[in-house]
Design a protein around this ligand. Structure first.
Ligand code: FPP
Length: 254
């Protein structure tokens, strides 16, 4: 009972996660429920992206990362990949103005070189245009997978060693971090996955070492800022111990 009594039901704006990462899942099932094609689900997903991004910025979240297209998604039918890429280009073009109006900076992580030329060009334009915005950073994970990113980091480190710019004994967490595509982004305190699946699916494996995980049954196209709010409240009711004891944490917070 005392636990229930102490549970917070609204957000404490002083203890917001600085970085929230989201695995947007369930577009296909949402479309299927309505006997529509999968691409209809992705279009619905854009509405959820819009509301979540705006809501996160208004709440004071500093970094929001969205898993928009994984390395493994290249294995989907060509028709769906093409539709997703077109949706991405159109959304980026249409929403750059909104990003500017809301002071949101756009960044991307992943194998951007592997994206279709038009997609890459539009993405880079939007990134450059919004580069000086300060309120929130929106990170799109595109053609991204964590194993790919980690292997890229290993290659960069091996190259430094080969060129004698780095000694093997000096390799540490900090150096490894600096070789990841997220080197200028803090680790997410909270990772959300929609659609009732309880998997990480090759997303930010290194960066979520101490993240709180939140799973919701809501399908991504139905996800709105209210759901983000629920996830943050749930996060704020958890005790983050980083390997320490409850007593130590209580003392630190006293
Ligand atoms: C997962 O649902 C969703 C994706 C693979 C794509 C996400 C893309 C969007 C929300 C649209 C564009 C995004 C931006 C940032 C503009 P799924 O297709 O795997 O659904 P299922 O598991 O129900 O089949």
């Amino acid at each position: 009972m005392s636990v229930l009594k102490n549970l917070k039901t609204s957000i404490n704006t002083e203890r917001l996660p600085r970085h929230i990462a989201i695995i947007m899942d369930g577009n296909g099932r949402w479309a299927k429920q309505q006997s529509k094609l999968r691409v209809f689900g992705h279009q619905g997903g854009v509405e959820a992206v819009r509301d979540t991004v705006e809501g996160a910025a208004e709440m004071g979240i500093k970094y929001l990362t969205l898993y928009a297209f994984s390395t493994e998604n290249w294995n989907r039918p060509k028709l769906e990949i093409d539709a997703l890429m077109e949706l991405l280009v159109n959304t980026i073009n249409k929403e750059t103005r909104t990003l500017m109006d809301n002071d949101i900076r756009l960044q991307a992580i992943g194998n951007i070189e592997s994206l279709p030329k038009k997609c890459k060009r539009n993405l880079e334009e939007a990134i450059n245009k919004t580069a000086n915005n300060k309120r929130m950073t929106l990170v799109l994970a595109l053609s991204y997978s964590s194993k790919w990113e980690i292997i890229e980091a290993v290659k960069k480190i091996a190259e430094k060693v080969e060129k004698q710019k780095l000694q093997i004994r000096d390799i540490n967490e900090e150096i490894f971090n600096s070789c990841l595509s997220t080197h200028n982004i803090p680790n997410p305190e909270l990772l959300i996955r929609t659609s009732g699946e309880h998997r990480i699916s090759n997303f930010l494996l290194w960066q979520i070492a101490y993240s709180e995980l939140y799973f919701t049954d809501v399908l991504w196209p139905d996800f709105r800022r209210e759901h983000l709010n629920d996830a943050i409240v749930n996060y704020q009711n958890r005790e983050r111990r980083f390997g320490k004891t409850s007593e130590q944490i209580e003392k630190e917070n006293a």
